[in-house]
Each structure stands twice: as structure tokens, then as C-alpha cells.
Design a binder for this molecule. Structure first.
Ligand code: FMN
Length: 438
């Protein structure tokens, strides 16, 4: 780990291919971007040119008439990130994969393979998949209840981590003269027999050059936070205000410390949508332009993502928000609870709530200096360790950050001017974990 002062980490989060679910209609947007190889590779190259820590690919496993444009048509993360690995050499690659709908052996293998082919630049964003519809695509059993999903995820991640230690670092001598390819004394079977999984091992791929791929997590419910404290190296969050970010980060750090984890080994990344302008007025105009692309049906589709694809079509947009507390418990719990709370406290109509959910927050709209000041304030007051940058208009929004905000942070000594190492752990200043068997 580095001895220089802590620096901001930055990732690119092109989830909606634009800052809101209507952004694909903007004249500067490539409307087929979410399934265009060239489009995603270009984002990866821009992220790397800006020395960003990561390119993040989100995922969902269900589509319906109520889905957003992104959810109905996008790449599977491992596939597209493997392509991105081939045209980049430094930027970290974060793939979202669910712990509810595949075997841990598959995930361990796919992530380990991609990690190997990228030279140790991969992270797994472990999600439990909150949308009940996904269960109907995987055998038809009803979706597991919220806390059970997290309980399963805990064992799932334990198995994956165990499989990643199957081989000691020097298990493959590949000694041609002696005819010795592998040293089986350095192979370890996991022999896991748990509540949900029985996995013998070993994994059939050698250990990562970064010790283990990095693990991200994003759940913010009680169960989600506890999982993060136990297993994650980093957390994505959608907390809104700086105060909420501080409280959330402090809570996660506190939970990790109580589990005996050293300080600085659980990083927090709120998602933000910077809207950069040459002047504040220009930035505001761009934000307004983006908001005008949101129409009520798309805003409602976005809202329904948080409530198991709930169908809002029968409701009066200008009436009060319906009480969805029955759905909150089973779905995307922390975000759904938050939305219900603000609807109640601020007396929001359904239309207002949908726009609050679907439009980016305005506090990162401004000149490059203003945005850099805000990032610095969050970072220096322990609201977070870095940021996931959701672009307003892709790739323009990412280029604006890379070309205009990053240089200011670099001048202030808050962001790297060169990658210091080759692996994602090295960019994130995370230690290389020892193999449990050594
Ligand atoms: C920034 C961010 C990104 C996320 N990305 C994904 C994703 O790509 N796929 C997914 O299924 N869930 C994703 N989630 C959802 C979380 O994994 C989790 O289900 C959700 O935050 C609810 O967690 P909770 O029930 O613990 O509150 C994301 C959440 C956040 C905050």
C-alpha cells in the first residue's frame, strides 16, 4: 500500500447511457450505445486516458413492458468487459453478477478468468437481484425473501473467496525440463458443505495476480450493510446529501472495525452525475435540457425499478403517491424505503416522486472548479473515498470530467497523474490478501 496521502478514487458508471432514462433521446447520444461494442470500448478508453480507477457495468436479469430502455437491452457484463480488457491496460473493470441465480463455482471461474486476462484489474459487484421478476427467468421458484437473499449471498461470497484461494501463488512451476507443469502440493480443495452450497473445488484456474479480485457491494439495508462490512472491499451508494453520505460511510467503517477489519479497507463510492459547463449558467442549461427529456412514463418506469417493476399506469400522476410499504420489504429495500419516506415527508405527488427518483441530483452541476470543490469537500470531510460518475450525456459527460475536472483535482494533489501500479487493488490502495492456506 502507498504511503502518500489518501487520494480520490473515480469510476465511470454508464448505467443508463445518460444521466436519466430519457437521455438516450438527446441529439448528442448514440441511441444504440448500450449494445454497441465500439461505444463501450470508447468509454473504457476515455476512462483510462483520464487515469480513472474503474469502468463499472451494471446488470439486471428481467425486462417487461414497465422496464426502462436500459433494462430491456444491454450487454451481459462479463462479455463486454472481457472485450474492454483487450483494448485497455490499466483501468479497473467491475462486473455485476448476481448471487441469487447462478452457482458460486461459475461466478468464481468467470471473474477469475477475466481477472487473469486483464492482468488483475477485475472486481465483482455482488448483487442479490432485487427484482422479483428475475426469479421467473430462472426456474420459476418465487423470489427469495429479502434477508434470505442476503443470507445466501454471504455463503455464496465465502465460497467464491475460498475457491479463489484454490492454488498457492507458485503452484504452477511449468518446468519443461523436469516435465512438471503443476505442483499439486500447492492445490487446496475447499470441501465446503454449508446451508445452501456444497462445493468441493479446486477452481480450475490459478490465483489472481492481485491475490483476489476486488469485491464491490451496493445494498444499503441492514442486511446489505452487514454483508458489505463482512465481505466487500468497496461499496457503491446512492445516498443523496453530503450529510447522508457521511453517516453512511461512518456506519460502514464502524461495522467493518467491529469485525476486526483494518481501517481503510472498505471504500465508499457514492454515485453522482456531474453536469459540467463553461459557466454555471451553461451547466444549469444543460441540466434543464436533460430534465426535459424525461417524460412521465419514463420517469415512472424508473421509479418502478425500485418497487419490483410495479405498474403505476392506473394511478393519477398528480394524486398522492400510493402507499407501497407492502412491496418495500421484499425489493430494493433501502432505496424503496427512502423514496416512500420523502414522498410522505415532502407530500409528493406520484409525478414529483418519479422525477425525484429519475432525475440526477443538482449538486454536481456547475463549472469544473465548482464540481472539483464539491468532490474535495465530500472527500476531505469523510463522506466517501471516491465517486462513481454517471454521465449526463455519454461519452460527452465522461470526457468533460476527464478533460476539465480531473486536471483540477490533479493540480490539488487529490488525484493521480499516472497509474502507479497495474492491478485494481493497487489503484484502490487495497492490500493483496494472503492465501488462506499459506
Ligand atoms: C449505485 C448502485 C448500483 C447498483 N447496481 C446494481 C446492478 O447493477 N444490478 C443489480 O441487480 N442491483 C444493483 N444495485 C442494487 C443493489 O445491489 C441492492 O439490491 C439495492 O441497493 C438494494 O439493497 P438493499 O435491499 O440492501 O437496500 C445497485 C445499487 C446501487 C446503489
Amino acid at each position: 500500500m502507498s504511503t502518500r496521502p489518501r487520494q480520490i478514487h473515480l469510476g465511470c458508471f454508464p448505467i443508463h447511457l445518460g444521466g436519466n432514462v430519457g437521455a438516450w433521446r438527446h441529439p448528442a447520444m448514440q441511441a444504440d450505445g448500450s449494445t454497441s461494442l465500439a461505444f463501450v470500448l470508447n468509454l473504457a478508453r476515455i476512462a483510462e486516458a483520464g487515469k480513472l480507477d474503474i469502468l463499472f457495468i451494471a446488470d439486471s436479469l428481467y425486462a417487461s413492458e414497465n422496464s426502462t430502455p436500459f433494462d430491456v437491452n444491454h450487454f451481459e457484463p462479463i462479455t463486454i468487459l472481457s472485450a474492454a480488457a483487450a483494448v485497455t491496460t490499466r483501468v479497473g473493470l467491475v462486473a455485476t453478477m448476481s448471487t441469487s441465480y447462478s452457482a458460486p463455482f461459475n461466478t468464481a471461474r468467470q471473474i477469475a478468468s477475466m481477472d487473469r486476462l486483464s492482468g488483475g484489474r477485475v472486481a465483482w459487484n455482488a448483487v442479490t437481484s432485487s427484482n422479483a421478476g428475475a426469479a421467473r427467468n430462472y426456474g420459476g421458484e418465487p423470489q427469495m425473501e429479502h434477508d434470505l437473499r442476503y443470507h445466501v449471498a454471504q455463503e455464496y461470497i465465502e465460497v467464491v473467496k475460498g475457491l479463489w484461494d484454490s492454488w498457492e501463488d507458485d503452484a504452477f512451476p511449468r518446468d519443461k525440463a523436469a516435465g512438471r507443469y503443476v505442483d499439486f502440493s500447492k492445490m487446496h480443495r475447499l470441501n465446503h458443505k454449508g446451508e445452501f452450497y456444497q462445493v468441493q473445488g479446486p477452481l480450475n484456474i490459478e490465483r489472481s495476480v492481485q491475490g483476489r479480485p476486488v469485491i464491490f457491494q451496493a445494498g444499503a439495508s441492514e442486511a446489505g450493510r452487514q454483508l458489505a462490512a463482512l465481505h466487500a472491499d468497496a461499496v457503491f451508494s446512492n445516498r443523496e446529501t453530503i450529510e447522508e453520505c457521511r453517516i453512511y460511510t461512518a456506519d460502514l467503517r464502524d461495522r467493518a472495525a467491529k469485525l476486526g477489519r483494518p481501517e481503510g479497507e472498505l471504500l465508499v463510492f457514492p454515485v453522482i452525475t456531474p453536469i459540467v459547463g463553461g459557466t454555471e449558467a451553461e451547466a444549469k442549461r444543460r441540466a434543464q435540457e436533460l430534465n426535459e427529456l424525461l417524460d412521465p412514463p419514463t420517469a415512472l418506469a424508473f421509479l418502478s425499478r425500485y418497487f419490483n417493476s410495479y405498474d403505476f399506469s392506473g394511478y393519477d400522476l398528480d394524486g398522492p403517491t400510493p402507499d407501497l410499504s407492502g412491496i418495500v420489504g421484499s425489493s430494493n429495500r433501502s432505496s424503496a424505503e427512502y423514496l416512500m419516506r420523502i414522498a410522505r415527508e415532502d407530500h409528493l405527488t406520484l409525478r414529483q416522486l418519479a422525477y425525484r427518483a429519475a432525475a440526477p441530483r443538482g449538486d454536481f452541476t456547475g463549472t469544473p472548479e465548482q464540481i472539483a470543490d464539491r468532490l474535495q469537500l465530500y472527500f476531505e470531510t469523510q463522506a466517501c473515498d471516491g465517486f462513481m460518475i454517471a454521465t449526463d450525456i455519454s461519452p460527452r459527460g465522461l470526457s468533460a470530467v476527464v478533460d476539465h475536472v480531473v486536471p483540477i483535482l490533479q493540480k490539488r494533489g487529490l488525484f493521480r497523474t499516472e497509474y502507479e501500479g497495474e492491478t485494481l487493488r493497487s489503484h484502490l490502495d487495497l492490500p493483496v490478501p494472503a492465501n488462506r492456506y499459506v
